[in-house]
Design a protein around this ligand. Structure first.
Ligand code: CAA
Length: 389
């Protein structure tokens, strides 16, 4: 059905197939081991950069692959079908980091901060959340105070994907607390040249364990004023605009996890026997398969629809907040539904680390939490529909 509504060009098929082959040949053999150890998969991420996967929508002049949003979504979905940890590193690099600089950066900032990350030679991260400011992102406590040609940053940020290893981070912090959201500004930070920048504790996580997540701390950290992204006070809108793009990435990640759980379940239901027949022949299993397939197809349509809206927005500047929130909400709940059903269909084997199904289950959960919880997506959608904002 999605083929008819969103026909793929040869270029789309090429990047999808390249990502599929890469995931199968390079990521699948190591995914379980890196999940277990929690190590960062430097080698495979480097190769993904060489293949153009780390800056898919960034024009070639800035180190990217110069492709469209659907290409990005297709590639990310394939990577996440095999491993959601590689997927979130790719998603944050592409949408939360590169997209913001593409949209709001000066030419000089693009040359310095975008090129190395879009080309995969360096890793980018995004830092909005703080220990006491998650869903209510406008209430952050960290401060940046202007001091001549610099800003001096103090405070603590949390849950930074790729925080322990990122070369560059886009950081959101208060420049004028009295103005609340309108007092937030965004800064591009070169972590190797930022005295007073400290990486905090690495989070021990339930899932996406091969992606590294940490706090970052600023102790009188000096950032050149030239590294401010946008104007003073633009930070909250930049953060939200970038999350609109990010949520399409996380939706694609969720879609990939859902498909992986589904494919494993179909294969198992065709093979495994109980009470003298294949378990797929029991209606209890068959109906789960039907619901998984239907939800996956609906999630795919919402994700591709959001990708198309984002693509249009490049010319029109129109917001695609609703499409992105609906896609992320539905796809992440589909991932959880499918992973849950997959464990149940596999029975004891679904609970065992011998198969990847338990990893899909652990990885699926985060898609309902990060880049805006399901509750926040419902809040965004309902407020818009009710005309409350
Ligand atoms: N695009 C552009 N502008 C936007 C916007 C968007 N998507 N959403 C809001 N704005 C603008 C509004 O128009 C408004 O502007 P005006 O004042 O000029 O009218 C301004 O921003 C403030 O908007 P709200 O009044 O709606 O703000 P709010 O305080 O009610 O918050 C919210 C809205 C939707 C709840 C928002 O805070 C939100 O999305 N919270 C969730 C944050 C989140 O997703 N965090 C995850 C961080 S990243 C992560 O997970 C880690 C990782 O590395 C993966």
């Amino acid at each position: 059905m999605s083929d008819a509504l969103f026909p793929l060009s040869n270029e789309h098929k090429m990047i999808r197939d390249a990502a599929r082959d890469f995931a199968k040949n390079e990521i699948a053999p190591i995914a379980a081991q890196f999940d277990e150890s929690g190590e960062f998969p430097y080698e495979t991420i480097k190769k993904m950069g060489e293949m153009g996967f780390m800056g898919i929508e960034v024009p070639e002049q800035y180190g990217g692959a110069g492709m469209d949003t659907l290409s990005y979504v297709l590639a990310l979905e394939e990577i996440c079908k095999v491993d959601a940890s590689h997927g979130v590193i790719m998603s944050v690099n592409n949408s939360l980091y590169c997209h913001g600089i593409m949209k709001f950066g000066t030419e000089e900032q693009k040359q310095k901060f975008l090129k190395p990350v879009a080309s995969g030679k360096a890793i980018g991260a995004y830092s909005l959340t703080e220990p006491m400011s998650g869903s209510d992102a406008g209430t952050m406590k960290s401060r940046a105070v202007r001091d001549g040609d610099f800003y001096v940053l103090n405070g603590r940020k949390s849950w930074v994907t790729s925080g322990p290893i990122a070369d560059y981070i886009v950081v959101f912090t208060m420049t004028d607390p009295a103005k609340k959201q309108k007092g937030i500004s965004a800064f591009l930070m070169d972590t190797k040249n930022a005295p007073g920048f400290v990486r905090g504790k690495k989070e021990p996580k339930l899932g996406i364990r091969a992606s590294a997540t940490s706090e970052i701390i600023f102790e009188n950290c000096r950032v050149p004023a030239a590294n401010r992204l946008g104007e003073e006070g633009d930070g909250f809108k930049i953060a939200m605009t970038v999350l609109d793009a990010g949520r399409i990435g996380i939706g694609s990640q969720a879609l990939g996890i859902a498909e992986a759980a589904y494919e494993a379940s179909v294969a198992y239901a065709r093979e495994r026997e109980a009470f003298g027949q294949k378990i797929g022949e029991f209606q209890g299993t068959g109906f789960k398969i039907a619901d998984m397939k239907t939800r996956i197809e609906a999630a795919r349509l919402l994700i591709y629809n959001a990708a198309a809206a984002k693509e249009r927005s490049k010319a029109t500047g129109e917001r695609y907040t609703l499409q992105s929130s609906m896609a992320k909400l539905f796809a992440s709940e589909t991932a959880m539904f499918c992973a849950h059903a997959a464990v149940q269909i596999h029975g004891g084997m679904g609970y065992s680390k011998e198969l990847p199904v338990e990893r899909f289950f652990r990885d699926a959960k985060i898609t309902e939490i990060y880049e805006g919880t399901s509750e926040i997506q419902r809040h965004v959608i309902s407020r818009a529909e009710l005309g409350l904002k």
